[in-house]
Write a protein that binds this ligand. Structure first.
Ligand SMILES: N[C@@H](CCC(=O)N[C@@H](CS)C(=O)NCC(=O)O)C(=O)O
Length: 225
C-alpha cells in the first residue's frame, strides 16, 4: 500500500460487465483533478459503472516524480490505472484496456473500420486538440497584462479549424454513431471552450449541438467542468 503524500477517496464498490472477480474493489486510478487525460478515464469508468479507488497525485508537489510513482509509470505522468495486478498508463491505452476488460456498455464500434475511425479521432484529440486548448488555457490563467493576445488568437483559430473537421461527422448523435471513446477523448477540453472565450462560429452548429448532448451525460456532469 502507498504511504507518503497520497490521499485517497473511496468510491462505493460495485462492478458490472465482468465475470470471475466478484464484488471486490480492485480498480485504482492515480489521478489529478484538472488533468484532461485523467478526466477521459473517469468518464469511461463512470460510463461503464465501474467503481474505483481514486488516489490523487499532486502534480504541483511533483509527486509524479517520486520513486514510488515512477515504479507505476516510468514516464511520471497521470493517469495510471491499476486493476488487480495489471498496471496500465496513458489515458487512451487505459480506455482501450477498460473497453477490452469491461465491454459493457460498449464504447467501441464492432466493425474494424469504425474502430479505426475512433482511434484516428482519439489521436487527433490527444495530440492536436488537447494541447492547443491547453496553450490557450495557460494564457487565460495569466494575469490580464501578461497574456499574449496574438498567441491566444492563433491557437483559438487552430482549435476552430480542428473542430471544423468534426462538423461533417456530426450529422449523427456522436462522432462515430453511438457514443464512443472518440467522444470521450474530446470531452475534457470541448467542455471548457466557453469558459476560455472560444466561440463556435456559424459553421460549427453540429459541433455546438454535440457539445450540448455530451454535457447532458451523467458521466460528463460528474467532471464538474
Ligand atoms: N499521453 C498521456 C499524457 C498524460 C499527461 O500528460 N499527464 C500530465 C497531467 S495532464 C502529467 O502527468 N504531467 C506531469 C509531468 O509531466 O510531470 C496520457 O494520455 O495519459
Amino acid at each position: 500500500m502507498w504511504t507518503g503524500p497520497w490521499f485517497s477517496a473511496m468510491y462505493a464498490c460495485r462492478r458490472l460487465g465482468r465475470e470471475g472477480k466478484g464484488d471486490v474493489l480492485m480498480i485504482v486510478l492515480y489521478d489529478y483533478p484538472d488533468c484532461p487525460f485523467s478526466q477521459k478515464v473517469r468518464v469511461v469508468l463512470a460510463e461503464k459503472d465501474l467503481e474505483f479507488e481514486r488516489k490523487l497525485v499532486d502534480l504541483r508537489r511533483n509527486e509524479q516524480r517520486s520513486a514510488e510513482f515512477l515504479k507505476l509509470n516510468p514516464y511520471g505522468k497521470v493517469p495510471v490505472l491499476v486493476d488487480d495486478d495489471v498496471i496500465v498508463y496513458d489515458s487512451t491505452i487505459i480506455n482501450e484496456y477498460l473497453e477490452d476488460e469491461y465491454p459493457n456498455p460498449p464504447l467501441m464500434p464492432e466493425d474494424s473500420a469504425g474502430r479505426a475511425r475512433v482511434r484516428i479521432l482519439e489521436d487527433l484529440a490527444d495530440n492536436l486538440f488537447i494541447p492547443r486548448v491547453d496553450i490557450v488555457l495557460a494564457e487565460v490563467h495569466k494575469p490580464e497584462g501578461e497574456r499574449d493576445a496574438e498567441k491566444i488568437k492563433k491557437y483559438e483559430g487552430e482549435i476552430l479549424q480542428l473542430l471544423k473537421r468534426l462538423e461533417p461527422m456530426l450529422g449523427q448523435e456522436y462522432l462515430v454513431g453511438e457514443f464512443s471513446l472518440a467522444d470521450v477523448a474530446f470531452i475534457p477540453r470541448v467542455m471548457i471552450l466557453g469558459q476560455l472565450g472560444v466561440e463556435l462560429d456559424a459553421g460549427l452548429q453540429q459541433v455546438g449541438a454535440w457539445i450540448g448532448r455530451l454535457r447532458e451525460r451523467p458521466s460528463v456532469r460528474a467532471l464538474g467542468l
